[in-house]
Design a protein around this ligand. Sequence first.
Ligand SMILES: NC(=O)C1=CN([C@@H]2O[C@H](COP(=O)(O)OP(=O)(O)OC[C@H]3O[C@@H](n4cnc5c(N)ncnc54)[C@H](OP(=O)(O)O)[C@@H]3O)[C@@H](O)[C@H]2O)C=CC1
Ligand SMILES: O=C(O)CCC(=O)C(=O)O
Ligand SMILES: [Mg+2]
Length: 417
Amino acid sequence: MARFQKLTPPAQGEPIRFEGGKLQVPDHPIIPFIEGDGTGPDIWRAAQPVLDAAVEKAYGGRRKIVWFEVYAGEKCLNKFGEWLIEDTLTAMREYRVGIKGPLTTPVGGGIRSLNVALRQLLDLYACVRPVRWFPGVPSPLREPWKTDVVIFRENSEDIYMGIEWKAGSPEANRVIELVKELGKEIRPGSGIGIKPVSEFGTKRLVRAAIEYALRYGRKSVTLVHKGNIMKFTEGAFREWGYEVARQEFGDVTITEEELWDKYGGQQPAGKIVIKDRIADITFQQLLLRPTEFDVIATLNLNGDYLSDAVAAHVGGIGIAPGANISYSDGYGLFEATHGTAPKYAGLDKVNPSSVILSGEMMFRYMGWDEAADLIIKGIERTIANKTVTYDFARLMEGATEVKCSEFGQLIIKNMDG
Ligand SMILES: NC(=O)C1=CN([C@@H]2O[C@H](COP(=O)(O)OP(=O)(O)OC[C@H]3O[C@@H](n4cnc5c(N)ncnc54)[C@H](OP(=O)(O)O)[C@@H]3O)[C@@H](O)[C@H]2O)C=CC1
Ligand SMILES: O=C(O)CCC(=O)C(=O)O
Ligand SMILES: [Mg+2]
């Protein structure tokens, strides 16, 4: 295909299309994947056979994924001399649904995040991270089954836009001057970062969160913000969030005040409660009273922090899947919540569940629920048998520690019967 300069797409298979607001998934969809850096290749080697086996077992050969390897990160640099090639973006646009491993981002300098770049370049505005407990997974909580939340993290703006200038740079000094003209003082020699939050960006994210809550019978959407301090960014997120609920979902949503004043605390059937919480107390309340949370809609940085923190409730980042989605055009790039865990790279050791469950999310997104169900069944049984990777084994009594690849193979075996 002429649009590709460096990569050759598979000769077999067809693209997933988006027509009339719906994905049209062929039986042999071409799905681009990025292996990722650090432990990414270990995990992908374990995960891909699980995804293939689930499809094979669910559809007896009628359906099959045609994988297309695309590149970003260190492997891309080694192969093509660039961190991210245009062909990778072209593949995502052409084939619409993809999956990726984690990519390394240096701290304090060097390249900007490729993970964030992919989200922004493809405008994957909702980062969707469900957090639920699987029976048997070791947890620091007494009642981990009570944690069952889905975080909708705004994925396109906030400080992740990367508008920042180093302390002492001409740009930083100029911004300090400009701010002075506007009557505010910034300490000389400060580094500067800008935090844009728009009505458009907020409303499309909160809209997606409410639509998700409606589709899956969830009880509430909590807007999480630090609007007491950042009034015109995080505070505005709260206002715009309530506004979109009122204006577009007025017949199926009520506020927390209405729940108490009009309904005496009894949630009426068919209505979702829209509430808000300030970010810092949310971390505590999620730990102490997790059942008060269901779907959470929040800004980019809050969502990044919250998703790692809540993953700890249910056994840690080794079992925390996610998706980056643009609901308006159907694009979806699925990825684990965790990073590259470089100290374990190449050891075939880490837990592949986060990427496998990201694949499970991808199958549900494609309407391949039977394959998704088999993945859940395989994971549940493998954990119940206490054959787990190091992260769970070190906290579980009587567990047998298995390698990353062995864990994947056990999931496949446990899909049967
Ligand atoms: N979307 C992405 O691609 C992301 C990329 N990153 C990038 O990854 C790099 C490393 O980030 P870092 O902050 O160390 O976070 P990581 O998530 O990579 O690792 C932190 C710790 O989490 C645990 N962990 C991570 N993955 C797994 C797994 N699959 N199974 C079991 N345990 C796991 C390990 O804990 P323990 O030590 O206790 O065994 C590990 O040391 C950075 O460059 C960062 O920018 C970070 C997050 C997301
Ligand atoms: O891009 C990165 O390196 C980190 C991103 C991250 O932590 C996340 O998306 O959860
Ligand atoms: Mg993160």
